[in-house]
Design a protein around this ligand. Structure first.
Ligand SMILES: Cc1cc2nc3c(=O)[nH]c(=O)nc-3n(C[C@H](O)[C@H](O)[C@H](O)COP(=O)(O)OP(=O)(O)OC[C@H]3O[C@@H](n4cnc5c(N)ncnc54)[C@H](O)[C@@H]3O)c2cc1C
Length: 361
């Protein structure tokens, strides 16, 4: 059988996820190509709720929690789901597992970039954001602390009891035991901070909220995830993964959306359409996220109460569905009803009069 020779430019999460299910696209033969100028791969944790289709990833997870919380000075919302627990895995271990499976599907791996004889090329190099765009920037430490102070039954998705002067700022804390956790200081704003800012925020938070000190740092990770609408890395090459719109504009969650994007592409091919990777988000979800980003950019002080009220107003399953792009109209309306109205109305009016921004080269 003649196959369509297909090159995946990039060997990150999207390309390797696709390579691991290459057997579902027998009409294509795949080559994963490490692009020229690619940075050294760094490990980091990837978090996701174990929803439908994520069993392969979940089976390699380092830890999972059936409870998660959102904390402000005023309130703690604890949500839960035993069926769809929040999982976290090491990115590099996941890529290795995908590579092992991909090799059994005859996927080739190459490093040069000048391949021109392929029938199809998909580019998974990072997309470009516009000037002054909102960013999610963060620095995390996997720490050992001096006394058993963490509640290891509950992942803390957002704890807003930190300095809010630089944008919406929260701590993300994944407790692996009562004394060990990944603790990340995360800010939503257009301007990344010096590294010391996040590290100091983590130490101050552990002291003030958990009355504990760090005795050892096992691992560090950091990232800058562009939010909002992004431009492709190279407009002349069709995209895959984050470069084809997989980043959820207001949360930065991407892993689950990459899997959805790949699943839909395979369904399309099986129904006779050409292979293509489309933005996996619904227009209404993108619009709601865009309004939220406008609010967080201009009035970040509303962020903590917005997220806290949303968490308090939803069940664990509803929260997962909303975050994973599976919300119904009824659920979206429920989310809107939990939000403070005035910031949202201001966000919508600001959005209507906002000028388009230049893309950063
Ligand atoms: C520290 C950190 C934590 C994260 N945590 C989560 C999480 O918990 N949950 C979640 O859903 N998402 C998370 N993300 C986001 C998620 O990891 C990414 O969005 C995801 O990796 C996107 O997959 P991708 O294949 O589209 O891009 P990538 O996995 O980034 O792959 C991009 C490819 O392009 C190559 N490349 C990059 N830059 C260049 C360049 N300049 N020139 C040439 N080649 C280049 C890379 O080598 C790689 O091969 C996190 C990101 C970071 C950095």
């Amino acid at each position: 059988m003649m196959t369509v020779e297909t090159v995946l430019l990039g060997d990150g999460v999207a390309a390797m996820s696709l390579a691991s299910v290459a057997d579902q696209l027998p009409t294509h033969s795949f080559t994963v190509m490490q692009p020229e100028g690619a940075p050294e791969p760094h490990d980091h944790m990837l978090g996701f709720w174990n929803t439908e289709g994520l069993n392969f990833a979940a089976s390699g997870a380092r830890a999972s929690w059936s409870k998660w919380s959102i904390v402000t000075h005023e309130d703690t919302a604890v949500l839960s789901s035993t069926e769809h627990a929040y999982h976290v895995m090491h990115k590099l271990a996941y890529l290795d597992r995908c590579k092992t499976v991909a090799a059994t599907h005859n996927v080739a791996f190459e490093t040069e970039t000048d391949r021109t004889d392929a029938d199809l090329v998909f580019d998974s190099r990072p997309p470009r954001s516009s000037q002054n765009a909102m960013l999610q920037h963060f620095h995390g430490l996997e720490v050992e602390i001096d006394r058993p102070a963490f509640d290891d039954s509950t992942a803390i998705l957002m704890d807003f009891r930190v300095d809010q002067s630089q944008g919406m700022h929260f701590i993300y804390l994944l407790p692996f035991s009562k004394t060990r956790a990944l603790v990340e200081s995360t800010i939503f704003s257009p301007q990344p901070m010096p590294e010391a800012y996040y590290v100091d925020a983590i130490h101050a938070y552990l002291m003030e909220q958990h009355h504990t000190r760090v005795v050892k740092v096992h691992h560090e990770e950091k990232g800058i995830i562009p939010m909002g609408t992004l431009a492709p890395h190279d407009p002349s090459i069709p995209g895959l993964g984050a470069n084809a719109g997989a980043i959820r504009p207001a949360s930065g969650y991407t892993f689950v959306f990459i899997q959805e994007q790949i699943k839909r592409a395979i369904e399309d091919v099986n129904s006779g359409k050409p292979l293509r990777f489309k933005r996996p988000h619904k227009g209404i979800d993108v619009w709601m996220d865009t309004v939220l980003l406008v609010v967080l950019k201009h009035w970040p002080q509303h962020g903590p109460s917005m997220f806290s009220r949303m968490a308090s107003g939803l069940t664990g399953e509803e929260f997962i569905r909303f975050m994973s792009g599976q919300a119904s109209w009824r659920l979206r309306l429920k989310v809107m009803m939990t939000m403070p109205k005035w910031p949202f109305i201001r966000g919508v009016s600001k959005l209507m009069f906002q000028r388009p921004r230049k893309v950063v080269a």
